[in-house]
Write a protein that binds this ligand. Structure first.
Ligand code: GDP
Length: 364
């Protein structure tokens, strides 16, 4: 599955947030296989209103949401790149995830701050600096050798160097690898560097309870930073999310959120934003047994989507019978869509669209 790693300095609210995520997932686990994979890895349902609408039309016995994984990556302190705290273990854990959820403390109060005062922009810098130092170590180690080989005409090394050079320059200049413009044909090499600061980032501004709906001055500063970087951004009060997660009655939950001026939980926004940040889209399968949501990366072709369900579906792929979500809902289901000529037969080259409802035809 796709993974978002939760990072941040100590005492900013990471565990509170992670526990709320997994508790919510556990509470909603009645009709899908939720699991806490490891103590610090949780799988959560991606909220999607389309699932219930399709299920109602298809008269499905049950619904299964698609899922996203969150990893609580504790242990970052100043100096982690030099082995302080859980240093190397921490960095190795980040290397494994697809995106970074960076929690920033934007609440005052008497919780101890490792640097003595509340300043989310400084904290963001502290964390990002550690990641940049680790990346710089990694690319500088490769640089000299690659440059030598490139000089004597090694074409592969020359291509590699063309990617390493701007990355090294950016990191030395205090800019993350994701800020470097990379050509399409260089993408594979760039990805192969597996840099921490190349991963997409979502900032979570953790505000005090009173500011959950509005944000505060500190979260506004984080919002501006995120906008300038093209990063994701969500305001949350981890304390409130923990409280909401502990309520088991959905009605009670909704009322509690309403009194706080919230339409939905911060977690729902966080999960959706994480999904978007990862460049993921959802397709559906629907029948009397179940309606189910599935995840592929944006840009995937039909056989890859089939392979998400079963590798046999991809190997023996013949075609995908496809109905767009809007057609399915507007026309009132599969048969009606078929009658109206809105069920398409798509081949191997078909690019999956968000909301596609599929039947895959395949050879066994
Ligand atoms: P971590 O070290 O980043 O995992 O931080 P924790 O989740 O353990 O939180 C550290 C402390 O901050 C705990 O005492 C939490 O109760 C408190 N805390 C976390 N989020 C909030 C919040 O939104 N508001 C307030 N007032 N306290 C919070």
């Amino acid at each position: 599955g796709f993974q978002c790693g939760i990072v941040g300095l100590p005492n900013v609210g990471k565990s509170t947030l992670f526990n709320a995520l997994t508790e919510t997932a556990a509470a909603e686990a009645a009709n899908y296989p939720f699991c806490t994979i490891e103590p610090n890895v949780g799988r959560v349902a991606v909220p999607d209103e389309r699932l219930d609408r399709i299920a109602a039309i298809a008269k499905s016995a049950k619904t299964l949401p698609t899922q996203l994984e969150f990893v609580d990556i504790a242990g970052l302190v100043r100096g982690a790149s030099k082995g302080e705290g859980l240093g190397n273990q921490f960095l190795a854990n980040i290397r494994e995830v697809d995106a970074i959820v960076h929690v920033l403390r934007c609440f005052e109060g008497d919780v101890t701050h490792v640097d003595g005062s509340v300043d989310p922009l400084r904290d963001a810098d502290t964390v990002e600096t550690e990641l940049m130092i680790a990346d710089l170590d990694s690319v500088e180690r490769q640089y000299d050798n690659t440059a030598k080989r490139a000089k004597v005409g090694d074409k592969e090394a020359q291509r590699r160097l063309a990617v390493l050079e701007p990355v090294v320059a950016a990191l030395r200049d205090g800019r993350p690898a994701r800020s470097v413009a990379i050509d399409n044909e260089q993408q594979a090499l760039f990805k192969g560097l597996n840099l921490l600061t190349a991963k997409p980032v979502l900032y979570v501004a953790n505000v005090e309870e009173e500011s959950a709906a509005t944000g505060n001055a500190l979260s506004e500063a984080v919002r501006a930073k995120a906008a300038a970087e093209g990063a994701g951004f969500v305001v949350i009060s981890a304390a409130i999310e923990a409280e909401v997660a502990s309520l088991s009655d959905p009605e009670e939950k909704r009322e509690f959120l309403e009194t706080l001026g919230l339409r939905e939980t911060g977690l729902a926004r966080l999960i959706r934003e994480g999904y978007r940040l990862l460049g993921l889209i959802t397709f559906f399968t629907a029948g009397p047994k179940e309606t189910r949501a599935w995840t592929v990366r944006d840009g995937a072709k039909a056989p890859e989507a089939a392979g998400v369900i079963h590798t046999d579906f991809e190997r023996g792929f013949i075609r995908a019978e496809t109905i767009a979500y809007d057609d399915f809902v507007a026309l009132g289901g599969e048969q009606a869509a078929k009658d109206a000529g809105r069920m398409r037969a798509e081949g191997k080259e078909y690019l999956v669209h968000d909301g596609d409802i599929f039947h895959f035809r395949f050879n066994v």
